[in-house]
Ligand binder design. Sequence first.
Ligand code: M6R
Length: 348
Amino acid sequence: GKSGYDHFMLKEIHEQPRSLRQCLRGRVSELDGTVDLDVDVDPDGVQFVACGTSYHAALCGVSLFHEAGIPAQAFLASEYATSPPPVDGDLVIGVTQSGETADTLSALREAKRRGAETLAVTNVVGSSVSRECDQTLYIRAGPEIGVAATKTFSSQVLALALLVLSGTGASRQDVAALRDLPGNVQQVLDESNAEDIARAYDGSDAYFFIGRGLQYPVSLEGALKFKEISYEHAEGFAAGELKHGPLALVTENTPVFAAVTGDDLLARKTIGNVKEVEARDAPVVVVTDGQNDAARYADHVLEVPVSDDRTAAILANVQLQLVAYHAAALLDRSIDKPRNLAKSVTVE
Ligand code: M6R
């Protein structure tokens, strides 16, 4: 059942501290920083294939592998077969919650035909993807009933971060960030003002989401969640791309959500983009850990605890999940079963 929540989606959003703990359990040694996942990979390069929310997790995976110095690319599974890239020596990773998505399965089959080693990152034990790939990494999020993927996104990103660390080893700081993640998510859940913000912007013309680095896929995911359950127009953009076109859409009736954590060059550049939006009189909501001064340019702030850049992306995403949920609840939408959508898409 829904354990007292109005919707499975809200229940699953609230399950994230537990599902993340489950993903970590027994995999990270606090003593020497080794990460053991029962998969044996040492790739020269990585290609991800995935759809929808899982594709956004794969884009996070690209950044995570790049940080470790390993070349990586993410492909929409439905496009992969149309123009298949050479695989030479690359590990092809299919990211799929259900393990049954037709587009993802056929992209992986194409990769196999080309001689690639394949790895499944999935939630479902015994799923088609786990049977067809050479190896499987389980995200252990537990069953997800809501059509909107929530807890499985955060567990996918965490599993990909662990996959990188299984090759490089985890520093003391990495281990601390991983250990603190479930508690930090709990803090976001306990203290979020997402409902007030959803109410403040109910009835807007459109909703935009921006971010860079790991917060770029988070902005895509924030928009996907928002549109699929509220049926309102929502789009995510790389913060730096706004000025190359989308800025023309920005008005005083299009709130812009900017995920800006940390205090590095990345954050400062995104704050520059926030100022561009503010100058067009758009309402600005920043998701921030307070390490930068983004809040100065914002009408509303969604706070996340201070953490490292990898876990900050997961935390910011939880806030955007809650915004989408509350916006859709205000509109009385069919949140767990949005119109025209299925939990697992088994046709190409
Ligand atoms: O089961 P998969 O992860 O392969 O599903 C892929 C997409 O259909 C899925 O992530 C979809 O975008 C989400 N349910 C949207 O919330």
